[in-house]
Design a protein. Structure first.
Lengths: 314, 329
């Protein structure tokens, strides 16, 4: 990080620099990490470029092919182009629905991890820096959050906020509610990690020096201590991204997440689950596989990152 | 020692009071309980009577204390949806969830332990690497997707196992068990496998990590020097020293499994507490939601406290109060 300031202006491409670094070396040596990264790149690009090539815009109800409802995938008898993965009983093209759903799932996953990280890092910094009663109060609060199973908290938060909003506008806010519900249960881990490192860092000489020249507490926390506590936070964030995507899918599956008009992968599985016994297996199998693939890709990268940044395993 | 136990108990009570506060807040402030309990034709007098009976005219702290006192006696109020007492509703469905969770835990140990030992001992072998990769796959597939795929294969396509319900149950007083009838057992297979899926990978990874540490210890070398067979070294000496963390984590996970069972129960329409909760959520049946939150948290907190206390009894180092944990690092 610190090397950035001294690097000459004409520096090599960022990707090149990454591959030449220690981390890059261990990345290249790990087949699972490369596999994960490739998989994730394909999934992300295909999802966000979906409007360019997907056969249908699943959000536009006028584009549903009612006469082509419940078509099987093309390689099964009765399948038709361009519905590669078939259509659901409402005439929605599965491939388009999955690609758009992947966007929703990824966006909510990323946003909730970012929100949890922001909350957790702030609380951890404040608790570790000030110590004493502030620390005790904040950490007791964290303990209480941890003493209720996280899934339960997320469901309750999501259900209550949906209950409080009038039915008409509820669906517009489902993404925000979901992000809040997942972030509210996920911040504790970051708070604990950052608090532990902050308690060590705040006694270091550079912090003392900053204090002596009159830097404010807020600035010391943000500019001096924070960068030195981030490595474990980033590892935790990568591993938690997979969990956050799964939480979102679980909540949507249970019916307290994304509505059918803006389906995430979890919502698609919920819809598909209703046709389980009708023989239309593709309506549920493909969204489930896509979900598994995304989380697998993220977990492969997270596992590698955890080992690569762990000095004990070098 | 006594001081530690008392302190730990006091903490558990504190957490339960906090959970009760959350449950109370949900009950009291999410919508007006009176409006939710009465239909639209109710007269003003009926409303006032109910308001008085629920104690909603008293001050909020008083109401909270009444709520806690009632909850401690197992009175969580009346379900909005079917006008029944909440506690018997939950109690009636508790055995189904409990059996599911216990069977899933046993399954995860039976499968996870040997796999963990194998992947640790034959770390470089192809099978061990494959298993390790599959375990990442295991944590990546959400449990409801696993359940749905299992139903598709074993119920819809092959028709071997039932896809929903609990089969026939036998009653012992208020407890109902599905473990004694054939239909109960076959109905249990798919939900238990689904619920234990994640748990198996967890146990396997934990055992593997612990085994890798222990296998490097001196007493393992001595055991080998004594000429003991390799299985004896691995299972009698090494594994035994890994069991403590495995048992702790498995114990702590029971609370999580009870909460996670609600997803499995939804997929398989398993008549447990979790399904009751999910249905309550969709009908905004707040007393049932609050009651379920209290019951599950109570189990969760009780398990955590018991595990901590057992640990303190077994490991004297933990009796010293280490505030802040990581000092000196």
């Amino acid at each position: 990080m610190a090397a950035d300031a001294t690097t000459p202006p004409a520096r090599p491409h960022a990707l090149r620099r990454f591959l030449d670094s220690d981390l890059g070396w261990s990345f290249r040596r790990s087949p699972t990490a490369v596999l994960g990264a490739l998989l994730l790149a394909i999934l992300v690009i295909s999802a966000f470029a979906a409007p360019l090539f997907a056969p249908q815009d699943p959000y536009d109800l006028s584009q549903l092919f009612v006469d082509k409802a419940e078509l099987p995938p093309v390689w099964v008898q009765g399948g038709e182009w361009p519905f590669i993965l078939g259509t659901d009983p409402q005439g929605r093209d599965m491939l388009s629905a999955i690609l758009y759903g992947t966007r929703v799932s990824l966006a909510i996953g990323l946003a909730s991890v970012a929100a949890a990280m922001a909350i957790g890092v702030s609380i951890g910094l404040v608790a570790g820096f000030f110590g004493g009663r502030t620390d005790m109060l904040l950490m007791r609060f964290a303990d209480t959050v941890l003493s209720i199973p996280t899934l339960l908290v997320a469901i309750l938060v999501s259900a209550i906020f949906r209950g409080l909003l009038p039915a008409g506008i509820r669906d517009n806010f489902s993404a925000v509610i979901l992000i809040g519900a997942i972030a509210l249960t996920g911040w504790v881990q970051y708070a604990r990690t950052v608090r532990a490192s902050t308690m060590v860092e705040r006694r270091r000489e550079y912090v003392l020096a900053a204090r002596i020249i009159g830097v404010s507490a807020a600035r010391i926390m943000r500019r001096h201590i924070l960068p030195n506590t981030l490595t474990p936070v980033l590892v935790a964030a990568t591993l938690n991204l997979g969990l956050a995507i799964l939480s979102e899918a679980t909540l949507s599956f249970l019916g307290v997440g994304m509505p059918v008009t803006r389906p995430s992968l979890g919502t698609l599985i919920r819809i598909g689950n209703q046709y389980l016994f009708s023989g239309s297996w593709w309506v549920v199998v493909f969204p489930a596989l896509q979900l598994g693939l995304i989380v697998l890709a993220v977990n492969l990268i997270g596992d590698w990152l955890r080992d690569a940044l762990n000095p004990k395993l070098r | 020692m006594l001081a530690f136990l008392v302190k730990r108990l006091a903490e558990a009570v504190g957490v339960m009071l906090a959970v009760a506060l959350i449950a109370f807040t949900i009950f009291r402030f999410v919508g007006d309980p009176v409006e939710l309990m009465l239909n639209e034709q109710a007269s003003q007098q009926q409303r006032d009577e109910l308001r008085e009976r629920l104690g909603l005219n008293r001050s909020v702290p008083e109401q909270y204390f009444a709520f806690v006192a009632n909850a401690a006696r197992g009175d969580f109020g009346i379900s909005y949806r079917n006008q029944q007492d909440v506690f018997p509703l939950i109690a009636e469905r508790f055995p189904a969830t409990f059996e599911l969770v216990i069977v899933a835990t046993v399954l995860s140990l039976l499968i996870g332990l040997p796999l963990g030992v194998y992947t640790a001992v034959h770390r470089k072998s192809f099978l061990a690497q494959t298993l390790q990769f599959l375990s990442v796959l295991g944590v990546s597939l959400p449990s409801f997707a696993v359940g749905i795929l299992l139903i598709l294969v074993f119920s819809v396509t092959l028709g071997w196992l039932p896809a929903f319900g609990r089969g026939e149950v036998v009653k012992f007083g208020w407890w109902s068990t599905g473990l004694l009838t054939k239909s109960g057992l076959t109905a249990l297979v798919l939900p238990a496998v689904t619920l234990s899926f994640f748990q198996i990978t967890l146990v396997m990874r934990l055992v593997r990590a612990e085994m890798l540490e222990v296998m490097r210890a001196d007493f393992i070398r001595f055991a080998r020097a004594r000429g003991l067979s390799e299985p004896a070294v691995q299972f009698r000496h090494a594994l035994r020293n890994c069991l403590m963390p495995v048992i702790t984590v498995t114990g702590l996970q029971i609370g999580n499994l009870i909460a996670f069972a609600l997803v499995t129960e939804t997929v398989f329409q398993w008549p447990g507490m979790g399904l009751l909760f999910v249905q309550a959520v969709s009908f905004v049946d707040i007393p049932v939601m609050a009651g379920y939150l209290m019951v599950v948290s109570a189990v969760f907190v009780a398990v955590n406290t018991l595990v901590d206390m057992t640990y303190a009894l077994v490991d004297p180092r933990l009796r010293v109060d280490t505030v802040g944990g990581g000092h000196g690092r």
